[in-house]
Design a protein around this ligand. Structure first.
Ligand SMILES: N[C@@H](CCC(=O)N[C@@H](CS)C(=O)NCC(=O)O)C(=O)O
Length: 384
């Protein structure tokens, strides 16, 4: 479940939960309406959602209006003297982890950016704790000024250092692992956060240098070319591949519901929320995302046949690897680009779109090799 979904949850579904009217509509439609009317139900639910979204969007605008058109360097790397109160859901423990890192990952289970960070930690054999953030209230990250996930909290000498943005997190940790003489708190100085207004008039936070791993020693020309290729594919994962996901997994109302039912299972929603709220999240979320995905499709120039854009992306990636004649883009072991592409794709692993992707492109082989590789590097999962 990624960004637009969550925004809908908070700004639309949550207010409607409070008012308790919208929830009644969705709850009763789930249990009583015959399947043939499901689409109609979704459409009417969506109208309500859009009205709510309009309100949510307006309040958001009011809060941020003063910052328009400025590029501001900010300090979002909160430093905490003590760990915030948190409840980890599980930990990944790797006895052979010599990184000296103590990490807590705040995540949504099926967010592609969180999947990227988990894939990185698993590929490097790092131990970490995982806190599943409730997508509606986001209580678990209230301590942070940063409103998105993933957030990684790293224990450092005199406290806890917040790291943010999946790509920056990976670059910061990779810089540290390559030269442990540098402290995380010094490394983040190479990755300042900036806030600016993008072309659509939206305030966004970004991190300078986030695709760069900082190296102390000079590298050969040959290595520089390899590193540039790795960076380019990491960027591609964030700016192309990730945008093919929503239009595909929410392509039809049926697929959108299927996708949300998969979120429900892997996210353990039934264990965490009452049945009526789960129904609301599944059917309300599916309705909202079905509509929003059409807008995203236009915004990101996804083809009329959305599957084709997904297949094209997979084919581009696979032809880069095939050109090299290696198992991974990184050769015999995955590099940061392999990790990023795998992370993004495994966020839709349980969806019909992913099954179609396997059937219609050659990506399945590479994906399975990645999975096998990660089984050899990842620690044991210990439920808490
Ligand atoms: N560039 C960020 C994007 C993170 C992101 O957009 N996360 C989504 C979840 S998939 C989120 O937290 N959205 C909440 C919101 O936008 O309010 C990264 O790579 O970590």
């Amino acid at each position: 479940m990624w960004r637009p979904t969550l925004t809908i949850f908070r700004k639309v579904i949550l207010p409607s939960l409070k008012e308790n009217t919208f929830s009644k509509v969705l709850y009763s439609t789930k249990t009583k309406l015959p399947k043939s009317t499901a689409k109609l139900t979704l459409v009417s639910a969506s109208v309500g959602i859009l009205i709510g979204a309009g309100y949510g969007g307006y309040t958001h605008y009011k809060v941020n209006v003063n910052k328009r058109n400025n590029v501001i360097e900010t300090d979002e790397y909160a430093f905490l003297k003590e760990a915030p109160e948190y409840k980890a859901h599980y930990k990944v423990l790797n006895e052979t982890d010599f990184s000296n890192l103590q990490l807590i990952l705040f995540q949504y289970r099926t967010c592609p950016f969180c999947c990227k960070v988990r894939t990185y930690l698993d590929a490097k054999g790092i131990s970490y704790e995982v806190v599943e953030v409730d997508a509606v209230l986001r209580q678990a990250i209230k301590w942070s000024g940063y409103k998105k996930v993933p957030i990684l909290l790293a224990k450092v000498e005199d406290g806890y250092q917040q790291l943010l943005d999946s790509t920056a997190i990976i670059s910061v940790l990779e810089t540290y692992l390559r030269d442990k003489s540098m402290q995380l708190r010094d490394i983040i100085k190479y990755y300042p956060t900036t806030r600016y207004t993008n072309d659509s008039g939206k305030d966004v936070t970004d991190i300078t240098n986030k695709y760069f791993v900082m190296l102390n020693s000079a590298t050969s020309e040959k290595k520089k070319i390899i590193e540039m290729e790795e960076r380019d594919w990491r960027k591609w994962a964030d700016s192309v591949l990730v945008h093919t996901l929503s239009p595909n997994v929410y392509r039809t109302t049926e697929e959108a519901i299927e996708t949300f039912k998969w979120f429900e299972v892997v996210g353990g929603w039934r264990e965490s929320f009452p049945a009526w709220e789960v129904a609301l999240m599944v059917y309300g979320g599916a309705a909202a995302m079905w509509i929003i995905s059409k807008r995203l499709k236009k915004r990101h120039n996804i083809k009329d046949d959305e599957r084709q854009s997904l297949y094209d992306a997979a084919n581009d990636w696979m032809s880069a690897i095939q050109k090299k004649g290696t198992i991974y883009l990184g050769g015999n072991t995955p590099n940061l680009a392999d990790i990023s592409v795998f992370g993004v794709l495994c966020s839709i692993e349980g969806c019909r779109a992913f099954e179609d992707l396997r059937q219609n492109t050659a990506i399945g082989n590479w994906f399975d090799n990645m999975k096998k590789h990660l089984e050899t590097t990842k620690g044991r999962v210990i439920p808490l």
